[in-house]
Ligand binder design. Sequence first.
Ligand code: SF4
Length: 253
Amino acid sequence: MKNQIVSLSGGKDSTAMLHMMLERGEAIHSVVFFDTGWEFPAMLSHIDKVEQRIDMPIIHLKPPCSFGYWLHEREVRPRSGPNKGKLRRTGSGWPSPMRRWCTREKTNVLLKYARAIEDSLTCIGYALGEEKRLETQMAKRSPRRYPLIEWGISEAEALSYCYGLGYTWGGLYNHFDRVSCFCCPLQSLRNLRVLRRHFPLLWTRMLNMDSRIENNRGFNHDATVYDLDIRFAREDAQSLKPSRKITRYAEVE
Ligand code: SF4
């Protein structure tokens, strides 16, 4: 029998997968949670709750160098070309679709953990409808299984199952369809507006992180967090302005 490793992000899908596997009496070798350091506080509380409930330890994996180091401190030096080895910049800046260093770090740490376990099989909480995510590079590098897809469980069903177990995530899913790093630059503008409005302390943290980036190449579509803050504040001010639309009343005969 394979040694099943549950990769728990803490979101609705992986939480549902873990509990459903236990309900079905499946053997689980270990449960691992990759802590990016950029988690919502409510997500970290959720992980603690899951750990108490399943009565087995959740192994917290961390990147060898913190995401803060990557963002602000890592020395970037070209590996080839005329400037090979010369310091180009300090800090990689925010991740982007072309410079997704965060996902690479996460993938490497999870792979290293799985490869250290003999005959391992990593269980990933992709839900029905997410089949297009299956053919990733990581899938080719270590054996994986997708129990929710096997069982035909959709994201909505996973969320409702978790609510049925009493999990609330402090209301995070009232605001977001998916929950990942609070400062993920790949999230939508809608999510970022919600974050600024409902999680002002985290937004302020993002502004601070943003302000410390050397030669900031932008956070989301070239806009820095500071740019977005100004944009959202302007939008808020506009929406508060009284409407100048003239209301026509029907003539009273
Ligand atoms: S959620 Fe965003 S910032 Fe976090 S690891 Fe994934 S891509 Fe990177």
